[in-house]
Design a protein around this ligand. Structure first.
Ligand SMILES: [Zn+2]
Length: 108
């Protein structure tokens, strides 16, 4: 058992209250009706699977039911930081692809 800090509730809660919802910062095509099948397919199905720093989307499903992001080290499962949707992580790696703020709309 370990605890995860929820940035909305502002307290540590048991891990069983949370669910991972996949990779964070996936840029949604701005005009889905007019993007190519390749662009839409990449948005829907292709994800990175890095060894090391990884930004993930989590939801406090049994608590406040709000989504937030987590930076985690996939090599040792250490949670490095949590931050709200729309905020930028303070920890990044060269492999992590973060979208430019002005060109994308974060999904959720
Ligand atoms: Zn919460």
């Amino acid at each position: 058992m370990f605890y995860i800090y929820c940035p909305h509730c502002e307290e540590h809660r048991e891990e069983e209250e949370f669910h991972a919802a996949g990779e964070a910062h996936i840029p949604r095509p701005l005009d889905p009706e007019n993007c190519s099948d390749k662009e839409w397919g990449e948005y829907m199905f292709f994800r990175t699977n890095p060894r090391g720093i990884h930004h993930e989307l989590w939801v406090h499903s049994v608590g406040c039911r709000k989504f937030f992001n987590m930076t985690r080290d996939t090599q040792n499962y250490e949670i490095l930081e949590v931050y709200k949707i729309g905020e930028k992580p303070s920890i990044t790696s060269a492999a992590a692809k973060l979208p430019a703020q002005s060109k994308v709309q974060e999904g959720v």
